[in-house]
Design a protein around this ligand. Structure first.
Ligand SMILES: Nc1ncnc2c1ncn2[C@@H]1O[C@H](COP(=O)(O)OP(=O)(O)OP(=O)(O)O)[C@@H](O)[C@H]1O
Ligand SMILES: [Mg+2]
Length: 392
């Protein structure tokens, strides 16, 4: 089980002051609706009783209509918003107990945020915006610009580093925001509707890039959107919010297989599964995987036991080396399987969408390897799995 990186427990957030806020809290606990509370007080409910565990390395998406409480919630995770009740644990520490200094440290080193409306300094140039976090940390100019330049390159803005923000398009501004968030090498990235203001084509490019980025930076990302297609495309797991509560939480396939209620069903009605479900969401654990130095007879016995005609072979770092067949294992007299490994040309990248993978597969139940960008084996998928997922 991966480690819990962020734990949100019984979280409530009410915007308001003094006695009025206290009355609002009481109404909330009495089960009154957000509308009722807004009508009877001058306070507003942002979040009502949310519980979520987010795992290390996960891309966790929060989706919901405008006003459902997404920004209110994500802003509790770096304490831009101070919750009314509940806990937020990061690496097991309750950040609501943090001193001002501890908070500042956390925001500088551990958790960074890409804001809904960019949040850039228009009068500054690209590199100085990207280096801003390091500047406030007191890193000297040469060093911070060197580090900032690496992020500028990572988001594809090389050559633009000396341009003013106001000279950039919306898509480029968004890249600057992302580069800035990457520069202090955070463990957690909070992204509040980073792509909402972008044209569909640029948006698609940015989504692809983010998915690719996830493969080599092992960060925990909390991503907010109001677009279910985007949520499913990006998320390992997704929480659907409505009126400050989580209506459903799960993997994309959970939403299709077991929608929690009519609201969820309606929300996902227009989603094209082939374009949003990815290999990594559908893949299974292989029945058996061998290591290159395994004994031939052990591997043969395992395949016979699992009734498989072949299995994949990996090295000590999980990198896929190829496969061995039961026929070859039976015919050979070798001690180990090493020399029997055949190259696997058909392995599929785990970020591919089902629409992209199924033309590449042969009909039937044969398992095809699913790998990451470093060719590490993550699971297997068959043509029949894909067809079944698309037809539910
Ligand atoms: N600073 C604030 N003061 C008072 N009420 C607020 C404040 N921020 C948000 N709210 C209220 O809290 C509720 C949730 O708003 P929030 O901004 O979290 O929604 P959202 O899901 O992020 O919406 P959007 O998609 O439009 O960004 C709304 O009713 C909103 O009016
Ligand atoms: Mg918002």
């Amino acid at each position: 089980m991966p480690k819990k990186k962020i734990e949100i427990k019984d979280l409530e957030l009410i915007f308001g002051k003094g006695e009025d806020r206290k009355r609002a809290i009481k109404m909330l606990h009495d089960g009154k609706s957000n509308d009722y509370i807004r009508e009877h007080t001058s306070s507003a409910v942002g979040v009502r009783k949310v519980d979520i565990d987010i795992y290390e390395g996960e891309m966790f998406v929060i989706v919901g209509l405008s006003g459902s409480g997404k920004s209110s919630l994500i802003r509790c995770l770096n304490r831009i918003n101070t919750p009314t009740n509940g806990e937020v644990l990061i690496d097991g520490e309750n950040i609501l107990d943090y001193s001002r200094e501890e908070l500042r440290d956390m925001r500088r080193h551990k958790v960074s945020m890409v804001f809904q409306h960019f949040g850039l300094f228009d009068h500054r140039n690209v590199i100085s915006n990207v280096a801003y976090g390091l500047e406030v940390q007191g890193v000297d100019k040469e060093e911070r610009e060197k580090l900032a330049m690496e992020s500028v390159k990572a988001v594809g803005l090389e050559g633009w580093e000396h341009h003013k923000i106001e000279q950039l398009s919306g898509g480029m501004k968004q890249r600057v925001g992302l580069a800035r968030a990457l520069t202090n090498e955070p463990e957690i990235m909070l992204m509040d509707e980073p792509y909402s203001a972008l044209d569909p084509l640029i948006r698609r490019d940015m989504q692809k890039e983010l998915l690719g980025l996830e493969d080599y930076i092992d960060k925990t990302i909390v991503f907010i959107t109001h677009d279910m297609n985007e949520a499913f495309k990006l998320g390992d797991r997704i929480a659907l919010m409505k009126d400050g509560v989580i209506v459903q939480i799960g993997e994309p396939s959970d939403y299709f297989e077991n929608p929690a209620n009519d609201y969820v069903e309606e929300f996902i009605a227009d989603v094209d599964k082939g374009q949003v479900l990815k290999a990594k969401q559908l893949m299974r654990e292989p029945a058996y995987v061998a290591k290159e130095n395994d004994r031939r007879t052990t591997t043969r016995d395992a395949l016979e036991k699992h009734e498989k005609s072949f299995c994949y072979v990996i090295d000590d770092n999980d990198v896929l080396l190829g496969y061995v067949t039961l026929d070859d294992l039976n015919e050979s007299r070798k001690q180990t399987i090493e020399s029997l490994v055949k190259e696997e040309p058909k392995a599929l990248y785990r970020q591919l969408f089902l629409k992209e993978i199924y033309p590449l597969m042969e009909k039937g139940t044969t398992d095809v390897a699913i790998v990451d960008s470093k060719n590490r084996l993550h699971g297997v998928i068959s043509y029949d799995d894909v067809i079944q997922a698309l037809s539910i």
